[in-house]
Ligand binder design. Structure first.
Ligand code: UD1
Length: 345
C-alpha cells in the first residue's frame, strides 16, 4: 500500500474520479465530504470500479474542532488534495458570505491542522477563473491575475494567496495549485459521473439532461460574442484526464520533485471550443438533435479562454488524452446509465 492521502470533497464530481485514480495506483484514501453537493452513492461507484472502498467521514470542514480531531486521529496522512468548496458562480454573487466562509474557513482549518500535525503536502483545486477575461490567449501560468468577476472566483484567488503566504512559515511546506479549465465527461465505466443537484449551472450536464428529456431546452447564453460563431469559448477537458493530473501532482510532491514551494499548473487541452461546437459534438455522439434557443449573455461570463498547457506538459509530463467527442460521449453514456437506474431523480 502506498501513502495515505486525504481527499476533501472526494464524493464529488472531480473528487470521486481522482479517488479512483489514486486507488488504482494503490494509495490509501480517506475522504472528508459533507455531501452538500454530492451523493454518498459515488462511494459505491468508486468501489465497483476499483474493488476498494475508501474510508469516509461526513462532516463540514468549517468545523475547526472536527478537522483538528480528524488530523489527530489520522497522523499518518502524507498529503491532502483539497477539492471541497462551493462552486456556483451565480450563487456566489447572490450569497458572497456563504462562499467566503465555506471556501476560506475550510481551507484555513485544513492548513492549521496540516501545520500542527506536520502534514507537508497539499494539492489545491483552483480554477482558470483566476485569470478573468485575459487580454491574450491562450493563458499561461504567468498571465496576470485580474480582479475576480465573482466572489467564487475571488475565493480561488485568495485561497492561492493564503497557501502561498502560509508555506513559508510552517511545517506545511509544499503545495501545487491546479488551475482547471472546464472538466466534463464521466468515468468510462459509467459508474461515476457528474451529479448536479437541481438544475445544472454547467453546460455539459445541462446538454445531456436536455438530450434525455429532463430539461426542455438548452439556453445558449449569447451568440453575439466576438468569436468565430458568436458563442463563448472554453477549454473542456475530460474529467478522467484531470483526475490523473492529481496523481501526478501527488507523486511529484511525495518524491520531492517540486521545483518551488508553491507551484501552479494550468490543466486544460489547449483547445478552445464554442457552445455551438459543444452542441454539435453532443448531436454527433448521441445521434440526437438538441433542442436549444439563444438567449442573452449570462451575467459574469467571460467571452473566451483556453489554456497554454506547455508547463503541465513539460514539467508534469501530463497531457489530456481524450478528444472532445470522446469526453462528451462519456457524459452522455453516464446520463443514460444513471437515469435508467434512477428514473425519479
Ligand atoms: C465557470 C468558471 C470555472 C468554474 C465553474 C464552476 C470561468 C471561465 N469558468 O465555468 O472556473 O469552476 O464556473 O461552475 O470563469 N452555457 C450556456 N448555457 C447553459 C450553461 C452554460 O450557454 O445552460 C455556456 C456559458 O455561458 C459558458 C459555457 O457554456 O460560455 C460554459 O459554462 P459553464 O459550464 O457554466 O462553465 P464556466 O462558466 O466556463
Amino acid at each position: 500500500m502506498n501513502s495515505k492521502i486525504l481527499v476533501t470533497g472526494g464524493a464529488g464530481y472531480i473528487g470521486s474520479h481522482t479517488v479512483v485514480e489514486l486507488l488504482e495506483k494503490n494509495y490509501e484514501v480517506v475522504i472528508i465530504d459533507n455531501l452538500s453537493n454530492s451523493r454518498i452513492e459515488s462511494l459505491d461507484g468508486i468501489q465497483a470500479i476499483t474493488g476498494a472502498r475508501p474510508a469516509f467521514e461526513k462532516f463540514d470542514l468549517c468545523d475547526r474542532e472536527k478537522v483538528d480531531a480528524f488530523f489527530k486521529e489520522n497522523i499518518d496522512i502524507s498529503a491532502v488534495i483539497h477539492f471541497a468548496a462551493s462552486k456556483a458562480v451565480g450563487e456566489s454573487v447572490e450569497n458572497p458570505l456563504k462562499y467566503y466562509r465555506n471556501n476560506l474557513v475550510s481551507l484555513m482549518n485544513i492548513l492549521e491542522s496540516m501545520e500542527r500535525y506536520h502534514v507537508p503536502n497539499l494539492v489545491f483545486s483552483s480554477s482558470c477563473t483566476v485569470y478573468g477575461q485575459a487580454k491574450t490567449l491562450p493563458v499561461t501560468e504567468n498571465t496576470p491575475i485580474l480582479p475576480a468577476s465573482s466572489p467564487y472566483g475571488n475565493t480561488k484567488q485568495v485561497s492561492e494567496e493564503i497557501i502561498r503566504d502560509t508555506i513559508f512559515t510552517s511545517d506545511f511546506n509544499k503545495a501545487i495549485s491546479l488551475r482547471y479549465f472546464n472538466p466534463i465527461g464521466a468515468h468510462p465505466s459509467t459508474l461515476i459521473g457528474e451529479l448536479p443537484l437541481g438544475i445544472p449551472d454547467n453546460l455539459v450536464p445541462f446538454v445531456t439532461q436536455t438530450g434525455i428529456g429532463i430539461r426542455e431546452k438548452l439556453r445558449v447564453f449569447g451568440s453575439d460574442y466576438n468569436t468565430p460563431d458568436g458563442s463563448a469559448i472554453r477549454d473542456y477537458l475530460h474529467v478522467v484526464d484531470l483526475a490523473k493530473a492529481h496523481v501526478v501532482a501527488i507523486e511529484r510532491l511525495l518524491a520531492g520533485k517540486n521545483k518551488a514551494e508553491f507551484e501552479v499548473f494550468n490543466l486544460g487541452t489547449g483547445n478552445g471550443v464554442s457552445v455551438f461546437e459543444m452542441i454539435q459534438s453532443f448531436e454527433k455522439v448521441s445521434g440526437k438533435k438538441l433542442n436549444y434557443e439563444v438567449v442573452d449573455r449570462r451575467a459574469g461570463d467571460i467571452e473566451q479562454i483556453w489554456a497554454d498547457t506547455s508547463l503541465a506538459n513539460d514539467e508534469l509530463g501530463w497531457r489530456t488524452l481524450s478528444t472532445l467527442d470522446e469526453a462528451v460521449k462519456t457524459a452522455w453514456e453516464w446520463e443514460k446509465h444513471y437515469r435508467s437506474l434512477n428514473p425519479q431523480n
